[in-house]
Ligand binder design. Structure first.
Ligand code: HEM
Length: 368
């Protein structure tokens, strides 16, 4: 029986499963879960580029239990919007990016862990550094940044297609205060525009924080694990290549979803109007039709830019360069200074999530 919606915590090697699906059932109807799944690079790209492929709406069951601030956020995030409303939201995101100050991943890392000792990389670094980078890029005070960092993980559940009552409580508990902090901070940064435009900027600043948390955490973890497996550490630009090749080889966001507003043909199969489609980005990234020797991790790979780990089409991640540079800076500072790093528990356990592959903990001992 095919189960396209498995938990990452329950599958040791999802890539073997994706390879089997690309070979035997590249466009697959998972009747049990009421979803279609596409596994080849061509079909994933095609769905992401299609005007018929819409971001699924928030589950109607969750709407009545969202408070006013949570509804404002869900309504205003670029990531959750479809045309024609997406354009103004995407524009707000791009304006925010254009106003960010540069941040240095290595410097942030030094704030989070001591120069030597033992740590859980996930708790001490990966869960904090990406959102901290966004907060610093917008000049938040230390105390506001600490408040956001303490609460932002609860808000990330707003992106889930279905939320438990407990997740909804968490979202409602923090939505108002995080939105208020972002509104206040943007008033200081003085991005101009009318009230509606300023509203969208503040909401999408919350969106940047939310979007940075899980994905950024995953890249910092998965890239560290790849680096520790290399026979020799990269130098200079090589850290950036390590981050990008990790995004292809072991991407933190494994899949995303769309719902079809009209029938679409993909991989020779007609997907019906109304179909919910799981776009398996992590499988596309191992497709031999695009990536030679796709199962090998290679810093020399020339066509990394073709990977779909950051999505594609209208909703492609606007933070791909920012994130790769951040991870490269943090890892270069951590591993590139002759430090000895030992993985204390080499068996990695993953979070019980369907869409993201995030190590639960990575215990390290490291020298200065
Ligand atoms: C390794 C880290 C990251 C990964 C793997 C990642 C991945 C993605 C993916 C796959 C999408 C497309 C989703 C879809 O089409 O359904 C996306 C969109 C987005 N990402 Fe990222 N992302 C990362 C980091 C970040 C960071 C740090 C930020 C913010 C600073 C960010 C902001 C966004 C936004 C705002 C969108 C939605 C754009 C839109 O809908 O127009 N991402 N990201």
């Amino acid at each position: 029986m095919i189960n396209t919606l498995f938990l990452q915590s329950e599958v040791a090697d999802p890539y073997a499963l994706y390879a089997e699906m690309r070979k035997n059932s590249p466009v697959c109807h998972d009747r049990e879960n009421g979803i279609w799944a596409v596994y080849t690079h061509a079909a994933c790209r095609q769905i992401l580029a299609s005007d018929m492929a819409r971001i699924p709406p928030q589950s109607p069951a969750s709407l009545p239990s969202m408070n006013a601030s949570a509804l404002t956020l869900a309504d205003g995030f670029a990531r959750l919007a479809n045309p024609p409303r997406h354009a103004a939201r995407r524009d707000a995101v791009m304006r925010l990016f254009a106003s960010m100050r540069p941040v240095d991943g290595g410097r942030l890392l030094a704030e989070l862990i001591p120069a030597s000792g033992e740590c859980d990389w996930v708790a001490a670094v990966a869960r904090k550094l990406p959102a901290l980078a966004v907060l610093r890029a917008f000049g938040f005070s230390d105390s506001d940044a600490a408040t956001v960092l303490d609460n932002i993980e609860r808000l990330t559940k707003i992106m889930l297609p279905n939320k438990t009552a407990q997740q909804m409580d968490g979202i409602n508990a923090v939505a108002e205060s995080i939105l208020a902090l972002c509104e206040r901070q943007l008033a200081r940064v003085r991005l101009d525009g009318g009230a509606q435009e300023r509203g969208l900027l503040a909401v999408n600043l919350v969106g940047l924080l939310v979007q940075s948390v899980d994905a950024g955490r995953g890249l910092l973890c998965n890239a560290l694990l790849q680096a520790l497996r290399l026979p020799a550490l990269p130098q200079g630009e090589g850290w950036q290549r390590l981050a990008v090749e990790t995004m292809r080889y072991d991407p933190p966001i494994q899949n995303t979803r769309r719902v079809l507003s009209a029938a679409v043909e993909a991989g020779g199969i007609a997907l019906p109007e109304g179909a919910v489609v799981l776009v398996v980005l992590a499988s596309a990234n191992r497709d031999e039709a695009v990536f030679a020797d796709a199962g090998s991790f290679s810093l020399q790979r020339g066509n990394n830019a073709d990977q779909l780990g950051f999505g594609a089409g209208a909703h492609a991640c606007p933070a791909h360069r920012f994130t790769a540079e951040l991870a490269a800076g943090a890892l270069a500072a951590f591993l590139g200074e002759g430090r000895r790093v030992e993985l204390l528990r080499p068996d990695i356990v993953y979070e019980p999530m369907v869409n993201a592959r995030l190590p639960r903990e990575i215990l390290l001992r490291y020298s200065s």
